[in-house]
Design a protein around this ligand. Structure first.
Ligand code: ACK
Length: 972
């Protein structure tokens, strides 16, 4: 048995199994195949084909002529004769007629074969064809079998059984059927990315299954990823694939997203999203590490989105999200920064009371995020003050309102301000007005003392000797107190004025943006002491004493005898007296000039001064009280300085010995070689309850007996001087035991020379701006200083005392800028070691630059030589304490002086003032004015004090700080 293989063998042909030894099965994939026919065999051929493919059943008929008709039958069983169904009839002329479910898929292909397209599994079975032959009228019959196979299923993936855990290795296997020669290409994909492939050529003919493995180390990133295996079959089976999606389990990881930011303003909403990555999904929870969660929060997206509505500052802090699944827990936190506008604590606004001299601090307590910068200012002043506000020693001038401003670096936050009042309380203040009153004997006078006090003074009294009157009349004396009504200053401050604020107001306590502050001005009391029928003993000093809960204040008020109007000259006296006077003066003048002439013939040399006799003389002349002893003395009475014009107060020559244990020494104010000045408190001065601040002059430990002697000499001098506002007042002394103490009134601003020099360094650009202790030093002050010095000296001169060391360093100045002549008869080298003004030419020191020519060359001292020194002191005041004769050495200065040289006019003072100075420097002492003349001349100047100093012309170098580093000799 053979077979005809001349049919269509294009494509893949596979042999499943032989039906019999004579059967050849040919299947053309997609193409018809013709099988040969053997009449003796019931089944001539079997056609095997995959379902869905076309199949051609070969009739086996062959002839040169195509048959006229062909019939095909489906055989239900082997006994085909009885059980066959007409499937198709083909007539070459009239066409093909197919029946049943073959009607649209069956056709006859030349010569008589049957083509079914496609074949179904139900087509499985036997078929018969019948072709009538015209030649022998016979019929050609042939049986064929059709075997329909299922198409391959496509690939199958094994090796994957979820769940997997990150870190495991996965062995994937893909296998797909090989059906005959229908062999697939296998390919692994991850998404669209090809991972590996295998070609059909590798499979052996007998292999039934194609296989391709893929090994993978899984991580959490592979979760939910699709892995595909494709089997690519040629022909109608085409591409088959299977896909797996990996399910990888892993513990959560978290992150927090802040869509509205981590830095928010108070009142804003906050959104925090907890981004969780986990498999299986986690449960999410939120927490605030610093405490409770805000009340007004909501959760969305299964708890992952946290929304806080209108957050407030107290809910700043760390927010934590926590995610948890079976495999673990993860937390992440975020710091929420809530910005808010600056505000100031209420207590900053509280009014404060401070006592004079106390320390005072007020911190501006603020709140705000970011923390605001804080600064203080005083109401009405531009000056910026530090926080905390601090006064080391509160003064009445510190009384006022202070404003704290808190400003945020965040520009859109408004600044916040708070104002408080500092109410300074303290002992009463005696408002300095007139401290010298004058009256005529038998007349009446009213002394005034004005007291300002906060809190009000509880007592204002007048004291002298053993008298003390608060009010009422005692004999010729009556005291009255007049209180000026207390006014209340009420201010209303409105912040951020708005349109609605433009309206009328009542003085009420208001609320909200409005604040009311009230300040009571200190009570003012004018206390007067009226003395009727003034008697000689009334010309003395009185104390005005004011007391409140914080302390007391005393003011010494002096009643002077009024200068009597010049007596009406009797005509005879008017003629004779001048003649006698002129005669006496001519004689005296002649004697004076003769003496001077001879003395000037002796040249001055340092050698001369070294002469022992001269040394002794210098010391004596310099330090012994130069009271006129006889008519030959070169110290004439001052014309106008009437010796009866002072009243030696009995008190003062009385014993002023002071109990040493009532003195408590505080600190040294200044020291010299032999002596020192100490600030002290004296208890019980003038019967006062409160201690009084005083200055105590004493010798230093180990100083010589001479030093003590000098101090006692000065004391002796001071005991002779009744109180005068412009002369430093002797308060008492301790002489019974060592060391000797001389107690004098305390002058808070120190000596005038130091005071003026201090003013220079504080000078801004003009005199008007010179500041000392926050007080302005004005041209009027300078005028007042020289006037006061003249007054003090007039008092001294009236006592026929020659000072002999008048200079700005020997003038003290009290807290009210009252000048006081000091240093009477005390050796000048005792308190001022470095003082170059005393040229050390002898054992003592001489104030050469202040000395008049007659004192320098003839060692003659008089009130008029004090007038010379006064002229030099005036020059000092007007130059803010330059050293006289700047740039000249002492010998050069003396040589020039001998030749008539005088210091030139300081550029910034006017001619009128310079004229006064020059008058003091007249060669002839008699040509110099008296101190009383000087007081009057200066009074004229004071009335036009603004012209006194030409402010703009002050040489800047004079006040240069570097100048203060020069030696005193070089100053100016
Ligand atoms: O300029 P001062 O502080 O004032 O330095 C000197 C220092 O002592 C040496 O003389 C000061 N001084 C002298 N007497 C008094 C006084 N009565 N009150 C205050 N300070 C005084 C002077």
């Amino acid at each position: 048995m053979g077979h005809d293989a001349s049919g269509y063998l294009d494509g893949v042909v596979f042999l499943r199994k032989p039906i019999s030894s004579t059967t050849v099965v040919l299947v053309a994939l997609g193409y018809p195949a013709v099988l040969s026919w053997s009449t003796q065999e019931p089944i001539s051929s079997t056609t095997v084909v995959l379902a869905g493919y076309p199949a051609v059943l070969s009739c086996g008929y062959s002839s040169e002529q195509p048959p006229d008709s062909v019939d095909w039958y489906r055989l239900e069983g082997l006994d085909a004769e009885q059980e066959r169904t007409h499937l198709l009839y083909h007539d070459s002329n009239s066409g093909t007629f197919a029946f049943g479910n073959y009607s649209d898929r069956a056709e006859v292909v030349e010569p008589a074969n049957l083509k079914l397209q496609p074949v179904y599994m139900s087509d499985n079975g036997d078929y018969e064809c019948e072709v009538p032959t015209t030649a022998d009228y016979d019929t050609f019959l042939s049986k064929v079998r059709l075997q329909v196979l299922e198409a391959p299923d496509g690939p199958r993936i094994t090796g994957y059984s979820p769940p997997l855990f990150a870190g495991q290795t996965l062995h994937l296997r893909c296998e797909s059927q090989i059906v005959g020669d229908v062999r697939p290409t296998l390919v692994w994909y991850n998404g669209s990315r090809e991972l590996s492939r295998i070609d059909p050529s590798v499979w052996q003919p007998e292999t039934e299954t194609a296989v391709l493995n893929y090994v993978l180390d899984v991580s959490k990133y592979d979760n939910a990823k699709a892995y595909r295996c494709q089997a690519l079959y040629r022909g109608p089976v085409g591409v088959r694939e299977q896909k797996i999606t990996l399910d990888i389990r892993y513990a959560p990881t978290t992150d927090i997203e802040t869509p509205l930011g981590k830095v928010v303003r108070e009142g804003d909403d906050v959104l925090l999203r907890c981004a969780v990555d986990s498999n299986p999904p986690s449960t999410v929870s939120w927490d605030r590490l610093e405490g409770d969660m805000p009340a007004n929060y909501n959760l969305f997206e299964d708890g992952r989105l946290l929304r806080i509505v209108k957050i407030t500052r107290n809910f700043h802090g760390t927010y934590q999200c926590k995610a948890e699944n079976d495999l673990g827990v993860s937390t992440t936190s975020v710091e929420l920064n809530i910005l808010y506008a600056p505000s100031i604590a209420r207590q900053v606004l509280d009014t404060a009371e401070a006592l004079v001299g106390e320390n005072f601090t007020r911190a501006c307590i603020t709140d705000g995020n970011p923390p605001p910068t804080v600064r203080w200012s005083r109401e009405g002043s531009e000056e910026i003050l530090d926080d905390p506000l601090y006064f080391s020693s509160v003064n009445f001038t510190d009384d006022g309102s202070y404003i704290c401003t808190a400003r945020s670096e965040v520009k859109y936050f408004p600044e916040s301000t708070a104002k408080f009042r500092l109410d300074v309380k303290g002992p009463p203040q005696i408002v300095k007005q007139n401290t010298i009153f004058s009256a005529k004997e038998n007349g009446s006078v009213t002394l005034e003392c004005e007291v300002e006090s906060d809190p009000p003074a509880t007592r204002v009294a007048w004291k002298w000797e053993s008298n003390s009157i608060e009010s009422g009349t005692v004999g010729r004396y009556s005291v009255r107190q007049k209180e000026t009504p207390t006014s209340i200053l009420s201010t209303l401050t409105i912040k951020s004025v708005q349109a609605s604020d433009f309206r009328s107001y009542q003085c009420l306590i208001l609320v909200g943006r409005y604040s009311v502050r009230q300040k009571e001005t200190p009570t003012s009391i004018l206390s007067t002491l009226t003395i009727k029928s003034v008697q000689a003993s009334d010309f003395r000093s009185y104390q005005c004493l004011a007391v409140n809960v914080h302390g007391e204040e005393t003011q010494v008020i002096v009643l002077e005898r009024a200068t009597a109007p010049p007596p009406q000259p009797i005509p005879l006296v008017a003629i004779i007296l001048p003649v006698i006077l002129v005669f006496i003066m001519v004689i005296l003048g002649l004697l004076y000039y003769l003496r001077k002439y001879w003395q000037r013939k002796l040249p001055w040399t340092p050698k001369y001064l070294k002469n022992k006799d001269m040394e002794m003389r210098a010391i004596e002349d310099d330090y012994l009280p130069p009271i006129a002893q006889d008519s030959a003395s070169p110290m004439p009475l001052l014309p106008g300085d009437d010796p009866t014009n002072y009243y030696m107060e009995p008190d003062l020559i009385r014993d002023l010995e002071f109990p040493r244990d009532k003195l408590s020494l505080e600190r040294v104010l200044g020291r010299g070689n032999f002596g020192q000045v100490i600030k002290a408190k004296a208890q019980g001065v003038g019967g006062a309850d409160k201690p009084m601040t005083v200055a105590v002059k004493t010798t230093k430990d180990g100083s010589s007996a001479d030093a003590k002697e000098d101090l006692l000499k000065e004391l002796k001098m001071m005991k002779l001087i009744p109180p005068h506002p412009n002369v430093v007042m002797l308060i008492g002394y301790c002489t019974k035991t060592e060391p000797v103490y001389v107690i004098v009134e305390y002058c808070a601003l120190g000596n005038l020379q130091n005071f003026l020099r201090k003013c220079r360094s504080k000078r801004d650009s003009t005199y008007a701006n010179i500041q000392v202790d926050e007080r302005l030093l004005t041209p009027r002050d300078l005028a007042s200083f020289i006037w006061q010095i003249a007054r003090g000296m007039a008092h001294v001169a009236s006592l026929k005392i020659v000072h002999r060391d008048l200079a700005s360093r020997n003038v003290l100045i009290d807290k009210n800028k009252v000048c006081k002549i000091s240093d009477f008869g005390l050796s000048r080298d005792v308190y001022d070691t470095d003082n170059e003004e005393y040229e050390q030419k002898t054992q003592g020191r001489l104030p050469l630059r202040w000395m008049a020519p007659e004192s320098l060359f003839d060692h003659v001292y008089s009130v008029k030589s004090d007038v010379w020194s006064y002229g030099i002191t005036m020059w000092e005041v007007l130059t803010l304490a330059c050293t006289p004769y700047p740039g000249l050495s002492p010998p050069a200065m003396m040589e020039r002086l001998r030749n008539g040289f005088r210091m030139s006019k300081p550029v910034h003072c006017n001619d009128e003032v310079y004229d006064i100075m020059r008058k003091c420097w007249e060669d002839d002492p008699e040509d110099r004015p008296t101190f009383i003349d000087l007081v009057r001349l200066l009074e004229d100047v004071i009335t036009k004090a603004e012209d006194f100093i030409k402010i703009d012309e002050i040489p800047a170098a004079m006040y240069d700080e570097s100048n203060s580093k020069k030696s005193k000799q070089e100053k100016c």
